[in-house]
Design a protein around this ligand. Sequence first.
Ligand code: NAD
Length: 360
Amino acid sequence: MELKIGCIPGDGIGPEIVAETRRVLDAVAAKFGHVIHYTDILMGGASIDVHGVPLTQEAIAAAKAADAVLMGAIGGDASTSPWYQLPPNRRPEAGLLAIRKALNLFANLRPAILYAELKGACPLKEEISAAGFDMMIMRELTGGLYFGERKTTEANGIKTAVDTLVYNENEIRRIAVKGFEIAMKRHKKVTSVDKANVLDSSRLWRIVVEDVAKDYPEVTLEHMLVDNCAMQLVRDPAQFDVILTENMFGDILSDEASMVTGSIGMLASASLNDTKFGLYEPSHGSAPDIAGKDTANPIATVLSAAMMLRYSFDLDEEADAVEHAVKQVLKEGYRTLDIMSTGCVQVGCRQMGDLLAERI
Ligand code: NAD
């Protein structure tokens, strides 16, 4: 198979972690007989340095021409980098928002996995973490409260602020379909999270999700109120497979789920549109504090690339091989600095890339 991958190394540790991820992807291509065509795309501070803006029309066109995009991270240290002297719409982060919009990425996926070897980093009690967990938070990314009308008015000296939470059934349906499709590739369970005891938008959410579920008879659907879900994530995270939810609930729950894994350098993510196209990136930022020191953990980016193989290219066996390589390297006791613990062997970003590529 020919894979056209757009690569946005970005800033800070971005170029280091993307370089190692490409080596892992190259090992996959060599083993499984694929050909990968990479196109480098400038975004963020790297684009500002060359073009004066964080994202050019050419960069958007290059991303659109690819089957999928792999991104490192963008941004610098806001207190020292000259990029932050620019007006907000020309700073590195503006590129990220612009590319998500240009590519119509409405579905955000964030897996939260507790690896047996990293259980020590989990802040939950041992009797809870012992069961492990492997869940996927599926968050609607372009609607809801963050995109509804908002205004602040003042009458009789009293200020009033209004934000509106709007979803139409088409917006709910397209994310629900993605959620069930993803569940079919996993353990076939969807927990749809809402606040249907209070909100009309949640009641519509529930009706549409139930309707979509009819097309996926193999998938078990349950509904959960968002307040209960926040509790269940720390009480019994092992119960979840796919959590399907709207924008703001997903924003909060995905951060909570990430934190119970305890390891920022291990967290992958993907943003998808209604084709097979996706933008794959680690959940963490560009870590300017450790850039160029060869200490960054490339695993979150490598696992994002595994998601790319699975969801954009339907290469499940290849994705399994990458995820297996990660587990193998952890089992053998290799750790980057961020996940280092006693008795393990500390390696740099580059050596972690070597080890992962070898294990493919
Ligand atoms: P950050 O995620 O970059 O770093 C937080 C801490 O985690 C730092 O101590 C860092 O060294 C560590 N860390 C992060 N990733 C790591 C990895 N792979 N290996 C080892 N350690 C790692 O968050 P921040 O410091 O708040 O932000 C830094 C820059 O990143 C800012 O400019 C911010 O705007 C940007 N940012 C970009 C994205 C993105 O590109 N999607 C996301 C978040 C933040």
